[in-house]
Design a protein around this ligand. Structure first.
Ligand code: PGA
Length: 256
């Protein structure tokens, strides 16, 4: 078996519904491949037009967030059933911007991860250290803590389906991409942490992405690392360059 590379775009708070349709129509031919799973995580209001526009293509539409309750008095939130009802299969959980600006914690991330699995949605679980943490040498400890709490009460079968995105905060939107060695080192540590929690089988199938200023020029080297199974891409996902990132050279197929 092999882990299939997964390249996901994170549109963040960009693109109106009409711009979303236009962008998908532009990117559709550029990302057409079966070698890689291609996911566009889009703002909630763009989900339905994006699904329409992506129909018949290999593009899967994901959400950027969801709430951990089923329904009720949670003004402004979007429920897992709302996502599955229209055919959403992926959701980004615990992006560092949500942690920083919207007070998400490891505990709320865990609740959302559990709820996503309950509804059959694949969570793209984000983790990543600050520059201070990296400079203080506590990166691995910190990431292990984020992962262990995010996966609390997640079963082995569920964990095998999860996607983890390692995104050093200092590399997001800064143009400062982590070196290949830095990215590989942390992704390997994440895989090791999953092995400790669930055993080697789960560690071998779980997909781990790198995110943070991924570009057409850095994607090939990053995605060819042993423990990096694709990327979560912000800025470059809004441009034709995304096609080059999806079609990075020498698609990686890790045999095990
Ligand atoms: P970036 O964003 O590629 O613009 O750095 C990545 C992300 O935040 O997911």
């Amino acid at each position: 078996m092999a882990r299939k590379t997964i390249v996901a775009g994170n549109w963040k708070m960009n693109m109106t519904p009409s711009q979303a349709v236009e962008l998908i129509n532009t990117l559709k031919p550029l990302v057409a491949t079966d070698a890689v799973d291609v996911v566009f995580c889009v703002p909630a209001i763009d989900i339905i037009p994006a699904l329409e526009a992506a129909k018949g293509s290999n593009i899967q539409i994901g959400a950027e967030n969801m709430y951990y309750e089923e329904s009720g008095a949670y003004t402004g939130e979007i429920s897992p059933a709302m996502l599955t009802d229209v055919g959403v299969k992926y959701v980004i959980i615990g992006h560092s911007e949500r942690r920083e600006y919207f007070a998400e914690t490891d505990e709320t991330v865990n609740k959302k991860v559990l709820k996503a699995f309950e509804h059959g949605i694949t969570p793209i679980v984000c983790c990543g250290e600050t520059l201070t943490q990296r400079e203080q040498g506590v990166t691995i400890d910190f990431i292990r803590q984020q992962i262990k709490i995010a996966f609390l009460n997640v079963t082995e079968d569920q964990a095998k389906k999860a996607v983890i995105a390692y995104e050093p905060i200092w590399a997001i939107g800064t143009g400062k991409v982590a070196t290949t060695e830095q990215a590989q080192e942390v992704c390997a540590a994440i895989r090791e942490c999953i092995a400790e929690l669930y055993g080697d089988d789960a560690a071998e199938v779980i997909r781990i992405q790198y995110g943070g200023s991924v570009s057409a020029s850095s994607a090939a080297e990053l995605f060819s690392q042993k423990d990096i199974d694709g990327g979560l891409v912000g800025g470059a996902a809004l441009k034709p360059d995304f096609g080059k990132i999806v079609n990075y050279k020498d698609f990686k197929v890790v045999e095990y």
